[in-house]
Design a protein around this ligand. Structure first.
Ligand SMILES: NC(=O)c1ccc[n+]([C@@H]2O[C@H](COP(=O)([O-])OP(=O)(O)OC[C@H]3O[C@@H](n4cnc5c(N)ncnc54)[C@H](OP(=O)(O)O)[C@@H]3O)[C@@H](O)[C@H]2O)c1
Length: 346
């Protein structure tokens, strides 16, 4: 396993990060414990969760994933071996059950969210605390273009950063990061920190993978020049890049079979692109999922690749992708496919 610096800090995180959002929904606590044991024993010291999880989000499972991780810390006593990332939810009308029903990135909500996450996680510090998504209109979650509709931008970025600064001062949080953020938002936060107005964002957790390389347009340069690397989420397009949904297949129990409303990685051009990437992998004797993951982990602007798994077989293979290096020939064909199918699933 390779280890990389988180931002400009001395914290070293594994290039593969353990995603957790299926725990408490598709996976039981016992299965999650098995995943955590295996991941840590195989060098994966970086784990990502969120107050909102499990996914798909609902009232009954809100905070459940954090609770499971907290139970593991209590049972195993290995808290200090893990660099733990979690997130505060932004506004979304689907969450009438979060705090006062209108989650915001203001001081009151951020500090309340940190406190409850710490309780659920049974720890007294969070290594990386991320703003899950912005309050203002921006082009995240499947939007490629920018079409703001609201005139109210919500909580000013200055206030959110100030609240994060307070959480850091209290010792509840070590480092801070953004998620589903744009180039503008990330640069604004970095500029505020450089002007002494709060902690510096150390990472950008956005969607990135062969089906969605839009991060490369603006944010990749920010990631490299500002040492604010990408934590790539959904690197397999929710499992699509394994090829298991090709030819209209609906594998039993798989995420997109069970949750039909997940459409981000199911576009017609996404299917065509997937068929091309899967063929490329097979032509070169590679496992399609491992090829897709190795591509992400190998990008110079990536700090960590956040994998997700519902079975131990998937977990072993996905962590194993850290040992796969793609040849120049495979990388060339990937670029050729990308030119034909650019951002099929933004
Ligand atoms: N910041 C955000 O807004 C955000 C959004 C999404 C995710 N995340 C983070 O990123 C993590 C990973 O996201 P993700 O789960 O969407 O990642 P992903 O790698 O795109 O999809 C993972 C899913 O694909 C299937 N899969 C995994 N490995 C496979 C393999 N080798 N062969 C066949 N199928 C395989 C599994 O689902 P099935 O077994 O059900 O098919 C697994 O749960 C999350 O846990 C979370 O921590 C963050």
């Amino acid at each position: 396993m390779q280890y990389r610096r988180l931002g400009r800090t001395d914290i070293k995180v594994s290039a593969i990060c353990l995603g957790t959002m299926t725990w408490g929904e598709q996976n039981t606590e016992a299965q999650a414990f098995e995943q955590m044991d295996y991941a840590l024993d195989h060098g994966v010291n970086f784990w990502d969760t969120a107050e909102m999880y499990a996914v798909p989000p609902r009232k009954e499972t809100y905070g459940r994933t954090e609770e499971i991780i907290g139970n593991w810390f209590k049972a195993r006593g290995r808290r200090d071996k893990v660099v733990l990332a979690t997130k505060v939810a932004g506004p979304d009308e689907r969450f009438p059950y979060i705090r006062d029903g209108k989650p915001r990135l203001n001081r009151k909500h951020i500090l309340a969210a940190v406190e409850t996450s710490l309780k659920r996680l049974r720890t007294d510090y969070i290594d990386l605390y991320q703003l899950h998504w912005a309050e203002r209109d921006t082009n995240a979650f499947g939007k490629l273009g920018y079409a703001p509709v609201r005139t109210d931008d919500g909580t000013p970025l200055e206030e959110s950063l100030d609240a994060l600064a307070e959480a850091v001062r209290f010792g509840m949080v070590r480092q801070v990061g953004v998620s589903n953020e744009s180039t503008w938002g990330t640069m604004r936060y970095l500029a505020l920190a450089d002007a002494g107005k709060g902690p510096r964002m150390v990472s950008i957790q956005n969607a990135y993978g062969l089906l969605n390389r839009s991060f490369e347009v603006g944010l990749a340069e920010v990631a490299v020049r500002e040492s604010c690397g990408l934590l790539a989420y959904s690197p397999l397009g929710m499992g699509v890049l394994s090829g298991k949904y090709l030819d209209g297949a609906e594998p039993a129990g798989a995420r997109l079979t069970v949750y039909k409303h997940f459409k981000r990685y199911r576009t017609p051009s996404g299917v065509e692109a997937t068929a091309a990437y899967v063929k490329l992998a097979r032509d070169h004797g590679l496992d399609p999922a491992q090829m897709a993951l190795a591509f992400v982990t190998g990008r110079p602007f990536v700090t960590a690749n956040i994998i997700g798994a519902t079975t131990m077989e998937q977990l072993r293979s996905n962590i194993g992708s850290a040992g796969v290096t793609l040849s120049a020939e495979v990388l060339e064909v990937i670029e050729a496919i990308h030119r034909l199918h650019t951002y099929p699933c933004p």
